[in-house]
Design a protein around this ligand. Structure first.
Ligand SMILES: Nc1nc2c(ncn2[C@@H]2O[C@H](COP(=O)(O)OP(=O)(O)O)[C@@H](O)[C@H]2O)c(=O)[nH]1
Ligand SMILES: [Mg+2]
Length: 320
């Protein structure tokens, strides 16, 4: 291949858990390079062993601090890790996630900890898909744990949160009331709630309110009880208890057969969203965008209904 690119050597490197090969393969996958599909197809049979854990919550909740504390614990247990930090709100790789990088330098010499930050630039709705593919590469390399850190503000992080075995939602006393949490869809995705910055006022109150809201919900849909934990990620307080809950959740879903179903569901979702992205990509072209822009004023003037304009664009056909 061009530039003397040796795909097999790269794949061998990844499968040997080589940090440099991993970095290279992940960059190609993240950028959706032409060779990305070959890399992912070849690695896919080697995936499925890693436990995937999502840490999500509002900006500044202490997700990165908590992630770092968890990494230390997992490393004490001699487990290897891949960390995918996703910030859909940032158009720049390393922009808003720069703080995470600084925090993660602690692990820069540890070859069993691989950290990659991803931003929304260039991903156009495919951020969730790319993040999961990056996780596949880490999984194939034999990383025991893949940790996703995502900013919990919109659909992308809900998608990513749905793509893990265990979802931890991190809130802080400052992150507003639980009504907001409910509205953001975080109640639905949490397997474990963490009230971080428990060293601050309001943590007990928030934890109590969350527990109450969860109890009301459990009555409607009986499932595994969702624990609410308090942590101080900075001092490390409560991290051991969090790890115990993460393990316990994983063992429960694994033991009850739910894990298989969860993983099957997320594979199905990935395929469906892949197709939807391709359809969108095939439909929209410059000509249609132009036609849309040109006719919008007519819709504003009520000369054309939105539906009629959609029909018009649809009739323009799918051939680029
Ligand atoms: N008081 C207090 N501050 C914390 C705690 N955990 C994190 N922080 C601080 O909160 C800020 C945001 O933390 P960070 O981990 O970057 O949050 P993220 O945006 O959710 O990843 C940093 O200044 C942390 O030092 C905690 O338990 N207590
Ligand atoms: Mg962070």
């Amino acid at each position: 291949m061009a530039g003397g690119f040796d795909l097999q050597a790269l794949l061998n490197g990844v499968l040997a858990n080589d940090q440099r090969a991993l970095g290279r393969a992940i960059t190609l996958v993240e950028n959706d390079a032409p060779v990305a599909a070959d890399i992912l197809d070849a690695l896919y049979p080697h995936t499925g062993k890693a436990r995937r854990i999502g840490i999500t919550g509002p900006p500044g909740a202490g997700k990165s601090t908590l992630t770092a504390a968890l990494i230390r614990k997992f490393r004490e247990a001699h487990l290897s890790l891949g960390i995918v930090a996703v910030d859909p709100t940032s158009p720049f790789s390393g922009g808003a996630v720069l703080g995470d990088r600084v925090r993660m330098t602690e692990f820069s010499l540890d070859r069993q900890v691989f950290v990659r930050s991803m931003a929304s630039r260039g991903h156009l709705g495919g951020l969730s898909a790319r993040a999961q593919e990056v996780a596949d590469v880490l999984d194939a390399a034999g990383r025991d744990i893949v940790l996703f850190e995502t900013v919990g503000v919109g659909q992308t992080e809900l998608d990513i949160a749905g793509a893990v075995d265990t979802t931890v939602v991190v809130l802080v006393p400052e992150s507003g009331d639980i009504i907001q949490t409910m509205k953001a869809g975080l109640m639905e995705i949490a397997d474990i709630f963490v009230v971080n910055k428990a060293d601050r006022d309001g943590a007990d109150k928030l934890a109590r309110e969350l527990s109450m809201a969860l109890h009301l919900r459990i009555k409607e849909a009986p499932s595994r009880e969702i624990p609410v934990l308090k942590t101080s990620a900075e001092s490390g307080e409560g991290i051991e208890a969090l790890l115990t809950e993460i393990d316990s959740h994983f063992n429960d879903v694994d033991g009850s057969g739910q894990l298989l179903q969860k993983r099957l569901d997320r594979i199905e979702k990935r395929i469906i969203s892949d197709i939807e992205l391709r359809l969108k990509g095939r439909f929209w072209n410059d000509e249609k965008r132009k036609a849309l822009a040109e006719r919008l004023p007519a819709v504003t003037r009520k000369e054309l209904s939105p539906r009629a304009l959609a029909d018009f664009l649809w009739e323009m056909g799918n051939d680029k």
